[in-house]
Design a protein around this ligand. Structure first.
Ligand code: BV8
Length: 239
């Protein structure tokens, strides 16, 4: 049997649900209260920037009230354990929170951007900030007023690091999807990419995702309970 040393993990909102961050499409999810077209597209930002900035200000402010859960900590442990064993974890998240980093993961690909990062459209620089932003906010790099937008990949925009993600899938022994509904592309298509490259695939989710039938294996339940168990299995098999 091939030893599993290189792993790509894709996470979605479900992994942060037990930390108290709302998911998007579940009952009570964010998209029940906010329309995607009004808050998560470049057109929405052009039409009503204050509304969009307010939506992201509130979610950014929430970050200081939540903590990583056992699933985030387990992936931090997996990153270190694989490195010690001569392998590598590529942790790709669709989440814009910082809970993976606070759970101990050092190399996280935020393919849909980050709440704590801002992007000045005047000078094209990106900078970290916990502040609220308005249409009067000033870029700390170029002093332009009103050109700072959330560093978030909205619908219709190209997700980040697609080349690096494809390379990582190509080089992995196992692709694992955790806490995502499989409703948003291109992330939802990674499992098919992995299958096309003849990789093993595993889904860990509360319920079968939209792409569930593409996975070799599926573990259903809470990420906070299942992910630490799965990580222990992987690290034990490495020794
Ligand atoms: C692009 C902003 C071109 C950040 C987000 C028609 C068909 C196919 C595709 C399209 C189409 N029309 C348009 C598209 C493209 C579009 C798309 O996919 N639309 C869908 C809706 C049809 N995609 C795009 O526009 C993307 N860009 O395609 O560019 C391109 C790209 C590559 C190559 C060539 C061309 C840009 C997408 C970025 C969207 N940005 N939001 C923000 O505000 O947060 S999407 C939003 O959805 C979040 O980022 C989120 O991460 C993402 C995915 O959602 P999930 O994480 O899966 O969350 P969800 O609530 O859905 O599910 C939670 C799951 O967790 C559930 O299954 C639940 O059971 C489970 N769960 C709950 N609790 C737990 C749990 N599991 C375990 N434990 C628990 N405790």
């Amino acid at each position: 049997m091939v030893k599993i040393k290189n792993i790509v993990v894709l996470t979605g909102a479900g992994i942060s649900a037990e930390s108290g961050i709302r998911t998007f499409r579940d009952t009570g999810g964010l998209w029940e209260e906010h329309s995607i077209e009004k808050v998560a597209t470049p057109e929405a930002y052009a039409a009503d920037p204050e509304l969009v900035l307010g939506f992201y200000n509130a979610r950014r402010a929430q970050l200081s009230t939540v903590e990583p859960n056992p699933a985030h900590h387990a992936l931090g442990r997996l990153e270190k354990g694989l490195l010690d064993g001569g392998g590598y974890l590529t942790l790709v998240t669709q989440n814009v929170d910082d809970l993976h980093e606070r759970g101990g993961a050092d190399n996280v690909i935020h393919m849909h951007g980050e709440l704590l990062s801002q992007w000045c459209r005047a000078c094209d620089s990106k900078f970290k900030s916990r502040d609220d932003f308005t249409t009067s906010s000033v870029c700390p790099k170029c002093d332009h007023i009103g050109r700072v937008r959330p560093d978030i990949v909205w619908f219709g925009e190209m997700p980040y690091s697609m080349g690096a993600i494809e390379t990582a899938v190509n080089n992995c022994d196992l692709f694992v999807s955790i806490g995502t509904s499989g409703a948003v592309y291109p992330a939802a298509g990674f499992v098919q990419l992995a299958r096309g490259m003849r990789k093993q695939t595993l889904e860990i989710n509360l319920e079968p995702s939209e792409g569930s039938s593409f996975f070799h294996d599926s573990r259903l339940g809470k990420a906070g309970e299942l992910v630490p168990i799965w990580v222990d299995e992987i690290l034990e098999a490495l020794t």
